[in-house]
Design a protein around this ligand. Structure first.
Ligand code: ADP
Ligand code: NI
Length: 212
């Protein structure tokens, strides 16, 4: 079998019973999107596919530490005898796109941009809505708290009152992702998904208030 199929089987096995929002189907969707974006942006399809497949495997939630997770990925690439330069590129992508503190470092490779766009796209649109409510449910969070009318650009203090609700997460993160896209192709897909989320929110508030 070729390295991509071997990696697909490996990751599938590792994430089959994963319940933190990084289950195998998230990986499959991100890999498909990364391929589509890579094709349009003329990025290296092998690097994009391998990085998309492996991108959540080093996550802290699945390992003792991020370092231990990255080591595990490196061992896997060694086993497959992937050339050193390609290994470094794949590890760079995994390390930088999973960066947790804010926007993270500026990405310097086209392939990193493609995979990050694919990962972020899976957090918006219809799938993004589904993942958001699943995550909130798994944490025991409310759907919504009506104390403060949510809107884009609300103050930190206003945010804090709503902290932790599923609807709050749209304003805190999901509605911001469109403008963080790295590639033109990613942005075009994000625009549609973004509009769909805005429609959903408008409908949601109309129903919440009894207008509809
Ligand atoms: P990733 O590492 O894949 O960018 P996260 O681990 O931050 O994403 O989140 C996984 C999924 O859970 C995403 O779809 C994200 O939108 C959702 N999520 C994360 N935090 C929250 C939250 N506080 N409320 C609702 N959904 C959340
Ligand atoms: Ni991911």
């Amino acid at each position: 079998m070729d390295p991509i199929n071997l990696t697909r089987d490996f990751v599938k096995k590792e994430l089959e019973n994963e319940g933190t929002g990084h289950d195998w189907w998230h990986i499959e969707r991100v890999t498909n999107l990364a391929n589509r974006i890579a094709d349009e942006e003329n990025a290296d399809p092998f690097i994009c596919t391998m990085s998309a497949l492996l991108h959540d495997l080093a996550d802290e939630k699945l390992n003792e530490s991020e370092e231990a997770g990255l080591k595990r990925v490196k061992n896997w690439l060694d086993d497959l005898k992937i050339p050193q330069l390609q290994q470094e590129h794949i590890l760079y992508i995994i390390k930088t796109i999973s960066y947790k503190g804010g926007q993270g470092p500026k990405l310097t490779s086209l392939e990193a941009k493609v995979v990050q766009d694919a990962d972020r796209l899976d957090a918006i649109g219809a799938i993004g809505i589904a993942r958001c409510f699943t995550y909130a449910g798994s944490k025991g969070n409310l759907i919504h708290h009506p104390d403060v009318e949510p809107r884009e650009g609300m103050t930190k203090e206003e945010y804090s009152k709503r902290d932790g609700t599923a609807i709050n997460h749209f304003y805190e993160k999901l509605l911001k992702l469109k403008d963080l896209m790295n590639t033109r192709t990613g942005y075009n897909i994000a625009k549609e998904r973004h509009n769909m989320m805005k429609q959903f929110l408008a409908e949601f508030f109309d129903e919440w208030s009894g207008k509809k």
